[in-house]
Design a binder for this molecule. Structure first.
Ligand SMILES: Cc1cc2nc3c(=O)[nH]c(=O)nc-3n(C[C@H](O)[C@H](O)[C@H](O)COP(=O)(O)OP(=O)(O)OC[C@H]3O[C@@H](n4cnc5c(N)ncnc54)[C@H](O)[C@@H]3O)c2cc1C
Length: 401
C-alpha cells in the first residue's frame, strides 16, 4: 500500500483535511492538477469568503488563521437586506451580547494560501502538484488512483475533494442532486469614498441581485448575479460605465466607487451528492455539497465536514481500527448530511423566492423581510447561527446572491 489516505484535490477542503490529521501519523498524499506555484501562492480569484465563528475556530486549530494577515480580515458587524426599489431594510446588527462580529470576510486566495502553508510542509504528507487524476476505484483491500501521466497509487482510504463537478464522485458511482440556476455570479473589488461601517448589503433588485461586502479599508467585495445571458455585457462593460452603474444601483450610499482589478464570473450550480461515502471512499468540500453562495455556507460547511470526518478517522486510529471502516464513514455521512441537507434546500428556496420577479413573489419577499424584522425569535435564530462556535450550520441570510 502506497499511502493510508489519498486526497484528490488540494483546494481548501483537501488541504484542511490533511492538516487536521497531521497528528495521527497517517501517511497521506494530496493530488492536484494545478502547478506548485499556483497552489503555494494562489492568484486572486475575486471570491471573498464570509466565515462563521466556528470556521474561525477550526482555522485557528489548523494553524491557518494566524497565517492570514490580520489587516486582510474584515469583521462583519451588521447586515442589511433590501428588496426591489423599496428603502425598507431587514437589519442584523452586532447586538450579540458579547461584542463579537457577526462573522469575518477573507479573500479566498488567502484562505487557500494559509492552508497550503500549514499542510504542504508536513513530514507525512506528499503533495503532488500537476497531477491530474483520471480514474479512481476501490475494492475490499484498497482504493486506487490513476494519474494522466500513467502513475498509479494505492491507499487505504480515498477522499474526493475535487470541486462540485467532482469526477471522482461520478467514478465511484455516486450521483448528485444538481440545481442549475441559469445565472452567473460576477465578483470584483471596488474602492469607495465613504466608509462601509463594516456593514454588508444584499440588494434584491428586479432581474438581478447586488451584494456589497465590507473588506479592509474603504473597499468592498461586489457580487452581482444575473441571468447567464446578461453576464458578458457586465463583464465587458467599460470601467467608467461599470463604476457609475454600481454606484447608482447602490443608491450612492458609499459615494464614488471605483473598480480595482479584474471582474470574475462563476456559474451558479448547486450540488448535493446522493451519498457522501462509498467503499474506502469519502467526499468532502464542494464535492460533497456545493452551495449557492447567497447564504455563504459553502466553505463553512466544507470545514465542518472536514472536522467531522477527521474526528472519525482519528477515533479509528486511536482504537487501532480501520480508518475506512463502513461504520465510521457512515457516521460521518449521517452527521454531515443532517447538517447540510436542510441548508441546501433552504438556500435554494431563498434563491427561488428572491430571484422570482412575478408579483406574488415580490409581495412574499416584502412580507418575509417585514416579518423577520418584527419577530425577534427569527432574527435571534439567524444571528445565533452566525455567531455559533458549534456544529450548527452557518450564516443564514448572507449576503451573496
Ligand atoms: C462567488 C463565490 C462566493 C463564495 N462565497 C462563499 C462564502 O462567502 N462563504 C463560504 O463559506 N463559501 C463561499 N463560497 C464557496 C467556497 O468558495 C467553496 O466552498 C470552496 O472554495 C470549496 O473548496 P474545495 O476545496 O471543496 O474545492 P475547490 O476550491 O474547487 O478545489 C478543488 C481542487 O481540486 C482540484 N482538482 C479538480 N479535479 C481534479 C483532478 N481530476 N485531479 C486533480 N486535482 C483536481 C482543483 O485543481 C482544485 O484545486 C463561494 C463560492 C463562490 C463561487
Amino acid at each position: 500500500m502506497d499511502y493510508d489516505i489519498a486526497v484528490v484535490g488540494a483546494g481548501p477542503a483537501g488541504l484542511a483535511l490533511a492538516r487536521a490529521l497531521a497528528d495521527t501519523g497517517l501517511r497521506m498524499v494530496l493530488l492536484d492538477c494545478q502547478d506548485e506555484a499556483h497552489l503555494a501562492d494562489p492568484p486572486v480569484d475575486g471570491r471573498d469568503i464570509a466565515l462563521t465563528h466556528l470556521s474561525r475556530r477550526l482555522m485557528e486549530q489548523l494553524g491557518a488563521w494566524a497565517r492570514i494577515p490580520a489587516d486582510e480580515i474584515s469583521p462583519l458587524r451588521a447586515a442589511r437586506v433590501i428588496d426591489g426599489d423599496s428603502p425598507y431594510t431587514l437589519d442584523f446588527d452586532n447586538d450579540t451580547g458579547h461584542g463579537a462580529p457577526l462573522g469575518y470576510l477573507v479573500a479566498n486566495h488567502l484562505i487557500r494560501r494559509s492552508l497550503y502553508e500549514v499542510a504542504a510542509p508536513l513530514d507525512r504528507v506528499d503533495l503532488i502538484a500537476g497531477a491530474e487524476v483520471v480514474s479512481v476505484s476501490s475494492d475490499a483491500e484498497c482504493a486506487r488512483v490513476e494519474l494522466a501521466d500513467g502513475r498509479c497509487l494505492s491507499a487505504r482510504l480515498l477522499i474526493g475533494a475535487d470541486t462540485r463537478f467532482s469526477a471522482t464522485r461520478r467514478q465511484m458511482g455516486i450521483g448528485a442532486m444538481m440545481k442549475d440556476f441559469g445565472r452567473v455570479a460576477i465578483v470584483c473589488r471596488m474602492q469607495h469614498e465613504l466608509s462601509h461601517q463594516n456593514t454588508a448589503w444584499e440588494c434584491f433588485h428586479y432581474g438581478r441581485t447586488l451584494a456589497i461586502l465590507p473588506m479592509p479599508g474603504n473597499a468592498s467585495s461586489i457580487v452581482i448575479t444575473v441571468p447567464a445571458d446578461l453576464a458578458p455585457g457586465i463583464l465587458e462593460m467599460d470601467e467608467a460605465q461599470f463604476n457609475a452603474d454600481i454606484e447608482q444601483r447602490f443608491g450612492h450610499r458609499l459615494g464614488g466607487m471605483q473598480l480595482v482589478g479584474e471582474r470574475f464570473s462563476y456559474p451558479l450550480v448547486a450540488v448535493h451528492a446522493d451519498r457522501f461515502v462509498a467503499r474506502r471512499f469519502a467526499l468532502i468540500g464542494d464535492a460533497a455539497v456545493g452551495m449557492h453562495p447567497v447564504t455563504a455556507h459553502g466553505f463553512n460547511l466544507g470545514l465542518s465536514g472536514v472536522d467531522l470526518l477527521a474526528t472519525e478517522i482519528r477515533a479509528a486510529c486511536s482504537r487501532g481500527g480501520d480508518i475506512a471502516s463502513p461504520t465510521g464513514l457512515a457516521r460521518y455521512q449521517s452527521r454531515h448530511r443532517l447538517a447540510t441537507l436542510p441548508l441546501f434546500h433552504g438556500t435554494n428556496e431563498i434563491v427561488s423566492l428572491f430571484t422570482d420577479d412575478r408579483m406574488p413573489a415580490r409581495l412574499a419577499r416584502k412580507a418575509v423581510l417585514r416579518l423577520s424584522n418584527h419577530l425577534p425569535p427569527v432574527k435571534w435564530a439567524i444571528r445565533n447561527k452566525l455567531v455559533s462556535r458549534g456544529h450548527v450550520g452557518g450564516p443564514l441570510l448572507r449576503l451573496l446572491p
